[in-house]
Design a protein around this ligand. Structure first.
Ligand SMILES: C[S@@+](CC[C@H](N)C(=O)[O-])C[C@H]1O[C@@H](n2cnc3c(N)ncnc32)[C@H](O)[C@@H]1O
Ligand code: SF4
Length: 416
């Protein structure tokens, strides 16, 4: 592990409560009963940031992501406080990207201007669909009109750099309807669009009582048609589920995909750090908010990633990117030699799932579609797959920042 370098560093902050838990969602989020423990939670986050800051002394934070749950349940004053604590205990880049997730059902008039004043410069809005009936099926707390109003508020507040989350392959949806959702999203002039296939996640209401979902072929058709429409509107796909206007890719997510480092603060937040002497460590905070509040900062768990797992962990992230990665990044960020994966890579190139372009390695169109199968090639001590690419990427859509998600079935929260 002689070439391990410090990659860029991000900060993820988790806010675990929602107005109401959606029936499809298995994020670490909880219906808020009674009053929000805003003061206690912000204090806990401040302690968490201070405590974890010693791990990254002198290193600069390039992006911050306030995710959930629903961070927009917290007041602008509360958000200003955690961002101030970030600036106090960590070295923050002058041009830091600060994204906050927001549910359109929680946005009062003027709110975004206040979040902007607090330091937020990018917002990710959970639109999901613009069809009132589908929103109801999804258990969403907002109407299409409220999403439109929230987007207007963003423009008024001067937060032009915003993402809309859309889901497709919804119960009862056809290709024309999925396209209408994309059209409605484009009309709100976001700079970024996340387009997720609705998946049935274990432990959710939808998994227990599965709705009737469109079949695989219909879902694939929706993906292709929506991708084309987005491309025509200037949104280039740069990641499995991510589309952006030129220069508007999410910097925070890009740091995950390129195996960068990140601190994770808040209930259930995951972190990944490259530490001396030459080890990569994954951290996770107490998942349940009550336990987190009681035990922070001591509840943080640290696990060194075994070297044998690094090829898979790296590829799990980097191969999500349409443009792949610089070959040298693998060596710099895992500390391993390229020779350790050369045979697997050659086989995948031969099977036309990967392609070498200059100094970059990238997935082909078919490779991106069968990402899961490709990734199996990089799992330590696992028999290689032999043809028969039966899986799609759907299951990977939302938990890319680390292999633990795959190993334990636990979802890792990522930014959009
Ligand atoms: C933390 S939420 C976004 C912010 C906010 N909580 C909201 O829902 O408005 C993250 C996003 O993940 C996506 N998501 C959640 N569960 C999903 C599932 N089962 N299948 C596909 N996408 C899902 C949704 O698009 C959702 O907006
Ligand atoms: S999708 Fe968003 S609002 Fe719904 S439960 Fe999950 S985190 Fe909360």
């Amino acid at each position: 592990m002689s070439r391990l370098a410090h990659p860029p560093l991000s900060l993820y902050m988790h806010f675990p409560w929602c107005v109401r838990k959606c029936p499809y969602c298995d994020f670490n989020s909880y219906t808020l009963h009674g009053e929000l423990a805003e003061e206690r939670y912000i204090e806990a986050l401040e302690r968490d940031i201070q405590s974890q800051s010693v791990e990254v002394e002198g290193r600069e934070i390039v992006s911050i992501f306030l995710g959930g749950g629903t961070p927009s349940l917290f007041s602008p004053t509360a958000i200003a406080r955690v961002l101030a604590a970030t600036g106090k205990f960590l070295r923050v880049a002058p041009d830091v990207e600060v994204t906050m997730e927001a549910n359109p059902g929680t946005i009062e008039r003027g709110r975004f201007a206040e979040y902007r004043a607090a330091g937020v410069n990018r917002v990710s809005l959970g639109a999901q669909s613009f069809n009132a009936q589908r929103l109801e099926t999804l258990g969403r707390i907002h109407s299409p009109q409220e999403t439109r109003r929230a987007a207007e508020e963003l423009h008024t507040a001067g937060i032009e750099n915003f993402n809309l989350d859309l889901m497709y392959a919804l119960p009862g949806q056809d290709v024309a309807e999925a396209l209408q959702d994309v059209e409605a999203a484009i009309a709100l002039a976001p700079t970024h669009l996340s387009h997720y296939q609705l998946t049935l996640e274990a432990g959710t209401i939808f998994a227990a009582q599965p709705p009737d979902l469109p079949g695989d072929d219909a879902a694939a058709e929706m993906l292709a048609a929506c991708g084309e429409r987005l491309a025509a509107a200037g949104f280039a796909q740069y990641e499995v589920s991510g589309y952006a206007q030129p220069g508007r890719q999410c910097r925070h997510n890009l740091n995950y995909w390129t195996f960068g480092d990140y601190l994770g603060v808040g209930a259930g937040a995951h972190g990944k750090l490259t530490c001396a002497p030459e080890t990569i460590v994954r951290t996770v905070q107490a998942r349940e908010p009550r336990r987190y509040l009681a035990a922070v900062p001591a509840a943080l768990t640290r696990n060194t990633v075994p070297r044998a797992d690094l090829p898979f962990e790296f590829m799990l992230n980097a191969l999500r990117l349409v443009d792949g990665f610089e070959i040298g990044t693998f060596v710099e960020r895992t500390g391993l030699e390229w020779e350790q994966i050369a045979t697997q890579v050659d086989t995948l190139v031969h099977r036309k799932l990967l392609i070498v372009q200059g100094t970059r390695l990238l997935p082909t169109v078919i490779g991106l579609r069968f990402l899961n199968d490709m990734l199996l090639s990089f799992i330590a001590e696992t028999p290689q797959t032999t043809g028969g690419f039966g899986l799609s990427t759907a299951g990977y859509d939302r938990f890319p920042p680390g292999a633990p998600a795959l190993y334990t079935g636990e979802k890792v929260q990522v930014g959009k």
